[in-house]
Each structure stands twice: as C-alpha cells, then as structure tokens.
Design a protein around this ligand. Structure first.
Ligand code: XMP
Length: 551
C-alpha cells in the first residue's frame, strides 16, 4: 500500500492512474495516526468499493491535501494523546471544508482545534458499550439507537456549546459529535464489535462525502498469484538463479502458511502445467520446525503437505536449540527475541541446503502492526509484541503475499484457491508457539506440561462441539503456584489459565462465554491427569485491553 507523503507531480500522476484503473473519481484520505485498527479502515472502505489512500500525518501539509482534492478525510486513532504528546499533523487541514471523520484520537484532535475541551478521563473506556443516539445525522442513518460500539480511549471530549452531540455512552458524554464539516466518534466503527460500523463508513463516504461510484471488486487471489509469478520470474531473469526460482516456505500446519503454500502452488505450477516429478526435484520445499509446537501441528503438516506432488516437506527438529536459547530467559519479550533467533538460524541453514532463491512466510498485517511495523508513516506505532516472523533479515528475498491481510481476509483467499477447509478452520496459533503460553523459563518439563494441558483443552472443545464456535483458545502455564491436597498428600501445583475468544480477524476479541459444565470438565481432567497442575482458572478479558496470547 503506497503511503501519500507529499503531493509531487509524480505522486499525483500515480494516484490518478490508480483511480483510472479503479474506475473511480473519488478518494478518501486516511491519516494514519498509528492505531492498531488503521488497516481495518482501509479494508472496510475497500469492501464498500471506495479507494482509501493512507497519508503520513508527519509530512502531508494542507497544500498537499488541496492539490489531491480528496472527497473526504479520515483521521484515525493512535497511541498519542492530545495533551502530552500531540501527534504531528497540519491542523489547517481541518479548516479546508472537506468532510472529516475523526476516529478516537482523530476526533479529539479536531475537537481541541475548534476550541472544545478535551480532558484525560478518570475512567478509561475499554470494551463494548451501548450508543445512545441523541441527534439525527446522516452518519447514523439506518443505525438504531442502542447499537453496540467498541471504545478504547483515555481522553474524552467535554460536552459544551461548540460541538453538536450526536451520541453518548455510559462513560463518554460525547461519544459522537459534529462541528460543521467535521464529524467525530470516540469509538471504532472499523472493528467487528461495533455492530453497524460498516454502515457508518458507508454513510460517511456516500451520504456525507458525496462519493458516487464504487470500484469493481477485483480478484485478490489472482492478483496475489500474478505478483508471486512476477517476483519469482524476476529473480530468474536477473540471472540470479539457475534453478528457475526455488522457494523455501516455513510451514506451521496453521492456516496462513498453508494459504501461502497454495498460492505458491498456483504461481509455480499454473493449472494444467505438468508438475515436475519428485525425482527431478521440486522447486517448492516446506520446512516444519519442531520444538515449541502443539501436540498435533506436525501431523497436520505431514497429512496435508507430506504426500503432494508440488511440494516436498522436511521436518527440522530444533528442540535442543530452542531450549538452549531460551535457558534463563524470563520475560515474554526476551523469550520472543530468543525464539526468533533460532527460527531465523534454522531457516537460514535450510535456505543454504536447498539452494533457495526465496523464503516464503505466512506473515499477516496483524503481525507487522503489532511488531511496530506496518504503514510506513511518521506516526508512532506502538510495539505491542515482536512477532516471530517480522523484521528478520534473511539472506534471500522474502515472499509474504499475505502481509496486507488479516486473518479473515487470508482465510477468504484460502477458500478461493481451494485450501482444505480443515486447515483453514484451525485456530490460529502463534509462531513462537508454546513459548508465549508458558510464564517464566522454558524447560523441557514445562513444555511437556503445556502440551498436555493444550491437548486436553482442545480435545474437549472438539468433543463438546465448541471448537468451531470460538476463534481461538489456549491454555497458559502460569508461574503461580497453588496449594493442593491430592489424595492424602499435600503440596503445591501450577495454576493453569484457560482462555478462549470470539473474534473475526484478531485485531479485537471478546472473551468467549464457555459453559460452566464444560469448564468444570476440562478443569477436572487437567488437575487429575497432569500431576504438576494444582488449579485451573478462566480468563475473562477482552482485547483490548488484553491481547489474545498471554505473552
Ligand atoms: P495477540 O496475542 O497479539 O495475537 O492478540 C493476535 C493473533 O496473532 C497470533 N500471534 C502471533 N502469530 N507470530 C504469529 O505468527 C507471533 O509472534 C504471534 N503472536 C501472536 C495470536 O495467536 C493471535 O491469533
């Protein structure tokens, strides 16, 4: 996704070419203030057929916007506060008369600009709230009073005579407001927890900004396959490869890397083309790294990829290397970094052995964003956790065709190209594996316990027909100990924390309300069957403020 930084002749020409291709005369400019959800705004608008151009608030000036003439402007949320670290932004843009939708921080920014009072709120609002609609406005046409909205903010806007209050929630008297051509919401219409969020964006684009055309949806999978073909062919044409473009892919048995493998299959062996026989050697190799994985991951890789005629599969056992690198490491961040080093080293070794020209990974946009990467704008992006597959410098170029996708869109591509449903519906699993589900030092013994509790939990979810009703579930081995009395014996045992979430794309999540009798059964099985465990608790936090994984 190109970022708009300044309106040079070249960039304006590029943008108008993009608009010609998309058969649209309108665009929405999104100032990305560093929110975790920015990408969802782009996706939301893409679904509506609206071209959304991401702008860098640190470099775009009012003159650039005047030259670009967007139909509307969205200023997103972000980690900054209008009080102590006002984000870089040319506020004259608010005076242009172009319709603006400020989301969370974006709303607070224009509210302060027009003279309203923005104060740090005593009660931070996290989670889903009920929106009371107080004034009729195009933004809420077709949205009923009492709709659910997701808020995550600390500062709030004081009610005064400047801003027309359009809606409020329990802790935010000005949850939605308007001042002339400026609209604002304290909640996030782009996340699935905001029931009518897509509708609000539709109203903003078509009713408020007056957009009259929608670009035809294009075949995303086809585009991704063609891009892969170009990337791989480019290397061969450069003369860099005698092999015709060998690709090594890190397979985890989960949906993202599986989707990438199938995209590569289509790119490297377009339909109808005879596949090279195994004896001639395949140009696509999958590597599964053993060591910190779940009990059944390896079996999935072997079952679904082990016997194909378009990919060869190798299992690399890195148990010893992982344990050595993780020895003495206590914090989740330290462990994530140590795990990533082993991951890189194993893949580097395999790249050399195979003579690969490329390394492919199932990296998602979510992974990049949470690692503090993603849109290359000047706004500060919070580093939440370093994902195992981001920011690694490999010796060969990376192929990451899903790096602009989130979980649901990646699954959509998978369905389009025939990835087996069984792989697509597997719960997501983090690349750092059980490392982020074990508190404190990772040892062989604690890995064994983590595998055992995961095995029981997931098995029971399947038996109870609950597996597919939750988006992701996991069992964390904590460092807390609980006094136990097993039989006549007494002592201490670890506390295990179970969690399960409902989500669509992993950006936000609600804790799943699993039935008590189910939790009862799992708890009994774990405390009975896993000697080292003393008690079991269930986590009831949403994301935000928590994240899905423990670490
Ligand atoms: P969090 O815990 O950040 O997770 O709310 C969002 C989704 O991403 C998965 N996750 C990871 N996936 N490498 C990955 O490939 C990682 O380092 C990583 N960390 C978290 C997590 O399981 C959830 O589905």
């Amino acid at each position: 996704m190109p970022i708009f930084k300044t309106a040079t002749m070249e960039t304006l020409a590029e943008i108008s070419e993009e608009m010609r291709m998309r058969k649209t005369a309108h665009l929405i400019l999104l100032f990305s203030m560093g929110s975790q959800f920015d990408h969802l705004i782009v996706q939301q608008l893409a679904r509506l057929g609206v071209y959304c151009l991401v702008a860098d608030p640190a470099s775009v000036r009012v003159e650039d916007v005047q030259k670009l003439k967007p139909a509307g402007i969205i200023v997103s949320g972000g980690p900054a506060s209008v009080h102590d670290e006002p984000p870089p932004f040319d506020e004259k843009i608010f005076d242009l008369g172009i319709p603006v939708l400020g989301v969370c921080l974006g709303f607070q920014m224009w509210a302060k600009h027009v003279g309203a009072k923005v104060t740090p709120h005593e009660k931070r609002e996290f989670g889903t709230h009920t929106l009371k609609i107080l004034s009729a406005d195009d933004l809420f046409e077709g949205v009923s009073n009492g709709t659910k909205v997701l808020q995550t903010h600390g500062d709030s806007i004081e009610p005064d005579s400047i801003i027309t209050i359009l809606g409020s929630t329990e802790n935010a008297p000005v949850a939605a407001g308007r001042y002339k051509h400026l609209w604002g919401v304290q909640f996030h219409p782009e996340v699935t927890e905001t029931d009518k969020g897509a509708h609000m964006y539709e109203n903003f684009c078509f009713k408020i900004c007056g957009i009259t055309d929608r670009f035809p949806a294009h075949n995303v999978s086809k585009e991704k396959i063609e891009n892969l073909q170009k990337q791989i062919a480019g290397k061969s044409a450069e003369g860099g490869s005698a092999s015709g473009g060998k690709v090594l892919i890190a397979l985890s048995g989960g949906s993202d890397s599986s989707v990438v493998a199938y995209l590569l299959k289509e790119a490297m062996h377009p339909q109808g083309e005879t596949l090279k026989s195994r004896s001639q050697g395949l140009t696509l190799r999958g590597i599964y790294i053993r060591g910190i994985d779940r009990p059944d991951d390896e079996a999935y890789v072997k079952n679904y990829f082990g016997k194909q005629d378009w990919i060869s599969v190798e299992i690399a056992d890195a148990t010893k290397e992982f344990l050595a690198a993780l020895k003495g490491k206590m914090s989740m961040q330290e462990k994530r970094v140590a795990m990533r080093d082993v991951y890189r080293e194993v893949l580097e070794e395999k790249i050399k052995e195979f003579g690969a020209d490329f390394i492919a990974q199932g990296t998602l946009y979510t992974d990049l964003r949470e690692s503090g990467l993603g849109n290359a704008t000047g706004a500060r992006v919070a580093e939440i956790k370093v994902h195992h597959n981001t920011g690694i410098k490999f010796s060969v170029p990376e192929l990451t065709p899903l790096s602009d996708c989130v979980k649901d869109s990646a699954r959509g591509i998978g369905r389009d190209i025939g990835v087996p449903e069984d792989l697509l519906v597997r719960h997501p699993f983090p690349g750092p594996g059980l490392v982020v589900r074990i508190e404190g030092e990772i040892t062989a013994e604690r890995l064994k316990i983590a595998r055992a509790i995961d095995g029981i939990y997931i098995e029971e979810l399947r038996v109870a027909d609950l597996y597919k009703t939750v988006w992701q579930a996991g069992a964390t081995l904590t460092r807390s100990e609980h006094t136990v009395s097993k039989g006549d014996d007494a002592g201490t045992g670890y506390v295990v924390a179970l969690w399960a979430v409902w989500s669509v794309n992993g950006f936000t999540a609600r804790f799943a309300q699993l039935p008590y009798d189910f939790l009862d059964r799992v708890s009994r099985r774990i405390t009975n069957e896993v000697r080292e465990v003393g008690s079991v608790v269930y986590r009831i936090s949403d994301k935000p403020p928590a994240t899905i994984e423990w670490g």
